[in-house]
Design a protein around this ligand. Structure first.
Ligand SMILES: [Zn+2]
Length: 75
């Protein structure tokens, strides 16, 4: 098998960190744009989260060209 050329990113996901109110564990979610209940992976308690604004997420995605504009310029 020939060695492949380095692959550039084609997409982008924005992670948001919520702190569990029961055990202070950090729960990481991918851009939650709807109110929802999440279950803490550490203590298994569920808690509601405040969602993020979809337009703000889309704005940052656009600025970063869905990841393409963030590529290391030396590549
Ligand atoms: Zn917890």
């Amino acid at each position: 098998m020939p060695v492949a050329d380095p692959v550039k990113p084609e997409g982008l996901a924005m992670l948001f960190v919520y702190v569990c109110p029961y055990c202070q564990n950090e729960v990481v979610l991918v851009a939650p744009t709807r109110p929802m209940n999440v279950t803490c992976g550490a203590c298994r308690n569920a808690f509601p989260i405040v969602p993020v604004d979809e337009r703000t997420v889309q704005y940052v995605m656009t600025i970063l060209g869905d990841g393409k504009a963030a590529v290391d310029p030396s590549y």
